[in-house]
Design a protein around this ligand. Structure first.
Ligand code: S3P
Length: 166
């Protein structure tokens, strides 16, 4: 069965919605950030010690591997935005963009260290990165507003996936 892949900006709720979808569908769940940390090191350490280019290489390897399996996958916010990544991911999975506004990101940031947001994310910083990323995320097979209740978002995503998985 084609994997269900959740993409979107940092703090869009990809992991929370992904876990809920996996429960509803009775499928395994993988968060690529967790997988990178399990196989390598904490993400902030990878960025600091080895740099973003190396982090993206590792991320690409992990994404390619998890997309070979059945299940629900939450991608790190930058994975889909890397050169050539969107085509490969769209060809492997059913891809859903969880759309959020900058205020959601700012309200939710802080539960985890995210090198690209820094320790005190600013509205300008979030907006700038979002402006660059949104047109790329928009290539997803489905786009869902994800500023509200994650359970409702998961229900909507699963209903769509039921009609397109094969
Ligand atoms: C990143 C998002 C993070 C993590 C890394 C880089 C990005 O994942 O992969 O810090 O480039 O947007 P989340 O989207 O799960 O926070």
């Amino acid at each position: 069965m084609t994997p269900l892949v959740l993409i979107g900006f940092m703090c869009a709720g990809k992991s929370t919605v992904g876990r809920l979808c996996a429960q509803r569908l009775g499928l395994p769940f993988v968060d690529t950030d967790d997988e990178i940390e399990r196989l390598h090191a904490p993400i902030d350490e990878l960025f600091t010690a080895r740099g973003e280019v190396e982090f993206r290489r590792i991320e690409r390897e992990v994404v390619d591997a998890v997309l070979q399996r059945e299940g629900v996958v939450a991608l790190g916010g930058g994975a889909f935005a890397q050169p050539g990544a969107a085509e490969a991911i769209l060809a492997r999975g059913r891809v859903v963009w969880l759309r959020v506004a900058p205020e959601h990101v700012l309200a939710r940031a802080g539960d985890r260290v995210r090198p690209l947001l820094g320790t005190a994310p600013t509205r300008e910083g979030v907006e700038e990165l979002m402006r660059a990323r949104d047109p790329l995320y928009a290539r997803a097979h489905l786009s869902v507003g994800a500023g509200g209740d994650p359970a409702a978002v998961a229900k909507r995503v699963c209903a769509w996936y039921a009609g397109v998985r094969s």
